[in-house]
Design a protein around this ligand. Structure first.
Ligand SMILES: *[C@@H]1O[C@H](CO)[C@@H](O)[C@H](O)[C@H]1NC(C)=O
Length: 373
């Protein structure tokens, strides 16, 4: 009953919006269709309405460009390994991960006024990040088979996709993906407000950049492609990741597994330091495998938590039928309290905690990157 009533109310709302051409506000700003739950009807919103939802911590996906899901055949999920198989490789690589590097990079990345998906500084920060990746590839020369490309969207910030090619040609259409989101938001003043986004999601972005650097340094040659994604526009409703998941789905890219890094540097205060594995809107089997990697390659506890609808970019891959998983810095009741404000700055960054997540991402790259299934 509640749902039906809501549905009626919502369709009435959108009908009014479209049937009232004399309303200048509705006409001057293109409305966006958003969804706040899997079983909830999408509805049209102004930017102000979306910012209010962010301030109230209501997760949403902007589905304006993602209404034709039924046109996409969900790929058949492939079996995953059940055991850890590449400890010796991990042991060779892990020494490359440096908290000093992470600190240097995160200091610059959080110094852009903000990394909002449609602000000029959000484009500058994307260019800076892209340059870090392309410089690393250039320094490797022929030692590593890797490349980087931009993915453009309907807004100014672009996403970045870096890829290690795999040795086995049979698996070249079945990459694994390590993701993070590069954008930040000051929910009270998104365009001009200060938003360091040091934890959200500077930590994930720089944590996986450091894994990428480590793998470049050792001349990583996985058997299957290993991709690193830095998504644009996550804070605006998972825009960048949905675009990429949609394009992979429509060109039948058979992603084996996607692992998201979003907020990895604040260890919380309630529990002993831990990885918090998100259990909703994820693939349960992949999550179980990541818990095993965390126990094998991390040095902290493992807990479970729930993050809600539209919580981060793993949800975009889940929506398009791929296996995805997400581990966050702490139980959702105990994550960084300053995200989406000017106070999400370097003062609360715990580089050792961040490094635990880099180890997990490295373990994921080494294990599944070398998996022949
Ligand atoms: C390449 O991958 C395929 C598919 O998993 C596998 O059957 C084959 O043995 C692999 N080739 C090599 C040389 O490992």
């Amino acid at each position: 009953m509640v749902k039906l009533y809501t549905l009626f109310l919502l369709s009435l709302t959108s009908a009014v919006v479209f049937a009232a051409p004399t309303t200048p506000v509705a006409e001057s700003e293109p409305l966006r269709l958003i969804q706040t739950g899997e079983d909830k009807e999408p509805f049209w919103t102004t930017e102000k309405q979306r910012l209010d939802l962010i301030l109230k911590n209501v997760g949403f996906m902007d589905v304006t460009d993602h209404q034709e899901l039924s046109a996409f055949a969900a790929p058949a999920k492939k079996p995953l390994p059940k055991v850890v198989a590449h400890q010796e490789k991990f042991a060779l690589y892990v020494g490359q991960i440096s908290t000093a590097n992470m600190k240097t990079a995160l200091t610059t990345f959080s110094s852009f006024n903000n990394r909002y998906y449609k602000s000029p500084s959000g484009v500058e920060s994307a260019k800076w990040l892209e340059k870090q990746v392309s410089d690393l590839i250039a320094t490797a020369g022929g030692k590593s088979v890797s490349n980087v490309r931009r993915v453009s969207h309907s807004f100014s910030q672009f996403s970045i996709v870096a890829r290690f090619e795999g040795l086995n040609a049979t698996l070249k259409n079945s990459p694994i993906v390590i993701g993070a989101h590069q954008d930040s938001i000051n929910a009270r003043s998104p365009t001009t407000g200060r938003s360091p986004g040091a934890d959200d999601d500077g930590s994930g972005s720089i944590g996986i950049l450091e894994v990428f650097r480590a793998l470049i340094n050792v001349g990583f040659r996985p058997v299957r492609p290993v991709e690193f994604h830095w998504y644009a526009g996550e804070e605006a409703g998972l825009l960048g990741s949905q675009d990429i998941a949609k394009s992979y789905s429509s060109s039948a890219v058979d992603v084996l597994a996607m692992y998201q890094n979003d907020m990895t540097a604040y260890a919380g205060t309630k529990f002993a330091e831990h990885f918090a594995f998100v259990t909703d809107y994820v693939d349960a089997e992949l999550t179980a495998l990541l818990r095993l990697y965390a126990k094998t390659y991390g040095n902290i506890a493992v807990r479970d938590t729930r993050c809600g609808y539209g919580c981060s970019d793993h949800a975009s891959w889940n929506k398009y039928g791929y296996r995805s998983a997400f581990a966050i810095e702490a139980d959702m009741s105990d994550t960084n309290p300053y995200i989406h404000t000017a106070n999400d700055d370097l003062s609360l960054i715990n580089y050792e905690h961040m490094k635990q997540f880099s180890k997990l991402a490295l373990g994921f790259a080494v294990e599944l990157g070398n998996y022949l299934g």
